[in-house]
Design a protein around this ligand. Sequence first.
Ligand SMILES: [Mn+2]
Length: 328
Amino acid sequence: MADYAAAARAITTADSLGLVSHLNPDPDTIGSAAALALAAQRAGKRVAAYCRDAVPANYRFIPGSGLFSTNPAVLEGVDVLVVVDCSEPGRIGPDGEAILSTAALVIDIDHHTDGVVFGKVRLVEPGAAASGVLIHELLNELGWSVDREIAEALYTAIETDTGSFHYPNTTPRCLRVTAELLERGCRPQKVAQALYESHRPERFRLLGLALNTLELALEGRLALIQVTRAMYDRTGASVEDTEDIVDYARGLAGVEVGAFLREEADGTVKLSLRSKGAVRVDELARRIGGGGHPCAAGAGFSGSLGEAREWVIANVAQALSEPAGADC
Ligand SMILES: [Mn+2]
């Protein structure tokens, strides 16, 4: 399902290229698409890039991220549409299918294990560390050179999708690609500073309140952390500042599942789940319409924080009593 030669042929013959990233963008979808966009510009192509949502402020350091527009009209008339890191057309946005139907040729570039393939040309490698790995292979196939900006965009994609090289998708292939990016001038310390050492103090004040809610259940095998609406008012923090709080829940010795419960403005709860392997949290998330990966998943919960807490404890208890697990 990964026809690099066909993808390179289509891109080489195109005069214009449209890049598409998924909604609620993460650094993999932005960095991977931006890297291909920059390389295509340097090869003399006209380039447009679209994401339904604006690139979050903390990811705007990614080279090429400024090329993105939130207006799908920028894609009109492009010869080839390249959709990056989208497990299905709906990940582009509510109008994903419509955007695909107007394109002359679509290339689907993705690495999700639970995805559906689409488009005429497919670079789909389920289980690859990141879409950034696939873009790197594509650039090699195209014979396009990788400079520091392109290397740092791809490195950011791979570094984040492997959890800073913590997850089992940190394979020899992934590290070989990463080594090549360092040879092209990528500075890992600059990327790390931008990703992890550029936060606002409001974020850490919210983290302090959130950590104070830490609760252990199921004989210490489940940890829960909560954020209420009132905490934003007290700290001046915003929803984006809650990103990664769930990792603290998983970070305790003996904990098998970490859960983060965030009260939303509409009275529902955003649930994030992380597993060390005893439980497949994507299966739990799917029970209430969510999804994700075996070790990291999320879902929206219709109900109060208290009800969400009860649901998590009951469902994790049941999952822990069963033998199924994951390689986390
Ligand atoms: Mn990805």
